[in-house]
Write a protein that binds this ligand. Structure first.
Ligand code: NAD
Length: 489
């Protein structure tokens, strides 16, 4: 099964009257209506990199306090434009307005968190060394970093790389998702209005071709990527012979949620529905696989189904507000429908069917399918509102099922005893392991990343500071002082 969500080719060639390609553009569309949102030429990769290289040394030479002050001004610019930015996000990627507003809050919150993280994780330190000398540990920026953004959090996730990268003194080239250039442009303008130059933080619209060209460019010192595992692997492969380039990959997941003994069925169901269907299942940390103890199965699934049946899915600005918007585009909706049919025709049993009320628009209902009887379950990320359920009889089996994936982003245990949670925590392979909490909604104040196909051991979130600067160790003394104590004639 091809579970990967297919990307729509939005970097379209516009042909002039003579039939020659005169211009290449990025065009984004509102998922909820199909209306065009943004159109503009793709960035010139060589020019963009050359500009960043020229601008970087002066930015790196600014005092840290100046860079921090400019980023605080950026947060204020976002505050001023908050409603406009939220509306653009909601239009361009289809998420409900309330959720787009929460994304904007995360963009603002990222600044103070990143300032704290820089100070705590990459500040200067001096240690006493031998002979009254000093050992200093300081950090330097890498240079020009390209940030490749995903569509599902088109402002917050690229911003989660951009802000720490700028604080550390890097110049940034920001290539937003080709599905969300309007959001990217608006975010970039907030940096520029704050006084960070358009050469230090460049907005570079484009699609996969421009992304790949930036990755391969000699003038780029590192790639900060959030997106699918397939793209992450392509980037990693492209840079396999370039250990000199920094590569931070935040990729997808096939995340398990285990429901064990609990009397709190309504809360358990709310955690499941939130984890599986928030953002229409288009979150890297969304619960994809629900692993349920067989003695709890009927009671848990009845609550989950009842709640999922109440979920409103609709357009971002609908009243009453929907819980879920559409998926990103028709190609994604087609791919998810095919995936659901594949599961059904290979031994899955539908608990709640995937419904697409209008086949010209990408609205999908939440869907739940029991795949316990499937002989081989595809270990792919279904990036949408499809929850697969697996029934197990003992806790070891639950842990084995949770680990039956090449990914390793988020995992959660609902119910169980403290001892069971300890076993779960110790044995489950993931970068986020929660207890009685959703799989989604990672904290800014914690590292955020996964193992396996979910990342390359460079978590973002609070630990983004670590990959935005490299440590330099310096033994230092005001005057040369040295003697050779042995082995001289
Ligand atoms: P995607 O991989 O299709 O695209 C991400 C970015 O990479 C886009 O800017 C795209 O233009 C660019 N790109 C595509 N091909 C490229 C190539 N060959 N070389 C360089 N750049 C290229 O991802 P998407 O569909 O926009 O986002 C959804 C995916 O992101 C899901 O898999 C989701 O799990 C993942 N995600 C991960 C995290 C995390 O923190 N781990 C967070 C959000 C989303």
């Amino acid at each position: 099964m091809d579970g990967a969500v297919t990307s729509r080719a939005t970097a379209a060639s516009i042909r002039g009257p003579d039939g020659n390609v005169s211009k290449v553009e990025v065009i984004s569309y509102e998922p909820a209506t199909g209306a065009e949102v943004w159109r503009g030429p793709v960035a010139d990769v060589d020019d963009t990199v050359a500009r960043a290289r020229r601008a970087w040394p002066a930015w790196a030479a600014q005092p840290l306090s100046t860079r921090m002050e400019l980023l605080r001004r950026f947060a204020n610019e976002v505050r001023k434009d908050a409603e406009k930015l939220a509306t653009t996000i909601a239009r361009e990627v289809g998420k409900p307005l309330w959720e787009a507003r929460a994304e904007v809050d995360s963009v603002i919150g990222k600044v103070e968190v990143s300032i704290r993280a820089y100070a705590e994780r990459t500040s200067q330190r001096k240690l006493d060394s031998a002979l009254q000398g000093t050992m200093a540990v300081r950090h330097k920026p890498h240079g020009v970093l390209v940030v490749l953004g995903p569509f599902n959090y088109p402002a917050h996730l690229p911003n989660a790389h951009i802000v720490p990268a700028l604080i550390a003194g890097n110049a940034v080239i920001f290539k937003p998702s080709e599905r969300a250039p309007a959001t990217g442009e608006m975010l970039a303008r907030c940096f520029h209005r704050a006084g960070i130059s358009a050469a230090v933080m460049q907005f570079a619209p484009g699609g996969p071709a421009q992304g790949a060209a930036f990755v391969a460019h000699e003038g780029v010192d590192g790639v900060l990527f959030t997106g699918s595992a397939n793209t992450g692997i392509a980037i990693n492969r492209r840079l396999a012979t370039r250990p000199d380039k920094l590569v931070a990959l935040e990729m997808g997941g096939n995340n398990p949620m285990v429901v064990w003994d609990t009397p709190k069925l309504t809360d358990a169901a709310a955690l499941v529905v939130q984890s599986a269907f928030a953002t229409t299942g288009q979150r890297c940390t969304a619960a994809r696989r629900l692993i349920v103890r067989d003695t709890m199965y009927d009671a848990v699934m009845s609550e989950v189904k009842t709640l999922a049946d109440r979920v409103i899915f609709g357009a971002p600005f609908d009243e009453p507000a929907p819980f879920m918007g559409p998926v990103i585009d028709n190609a994604a909706a087609d791919g998810l429908t095919e995936s659901f049919l594949y599961l059904l025709s290979h031994g899955g049993r539908a608990i709640k069917h995937l419904v697409r009320p209008d086949d010209k628009l990408p609205f999908l209902s939440p869907a739940i399918i029991d795949v316990t009887a499937m002989k081989e379950r595809p270990d792919v990320e279904l990036f949408g509102p499809i929850l697969q359920v697996i029934r197990v009889s003992d806790f070891d089996e639950a842990i084995a099922e949770a680990n039956a994936t090449r990914f390793g982003l988020a995992a959660s245990l609902v119910g169980g005893t403290p001892q069971e949670y300890n076993r779960f925590w110790a044995n489950v392979r993931a970068g986020i392991v929660n207890w009685n909490r959703p799989t989604i909604g990672p904290s800014h104040a914690a590292p955020m990343g996964g193992i396996g196909l979910s990342g390359n051991h460079r978590p973002t979130g609070y630990y983004a500071a670590d990959y935005c600067a490299y440590p330099v160790a310096s033994g230092e003394m005001e005057q040369p002082r040295a003697v050779i104590g042995v082995g001289l004639r």
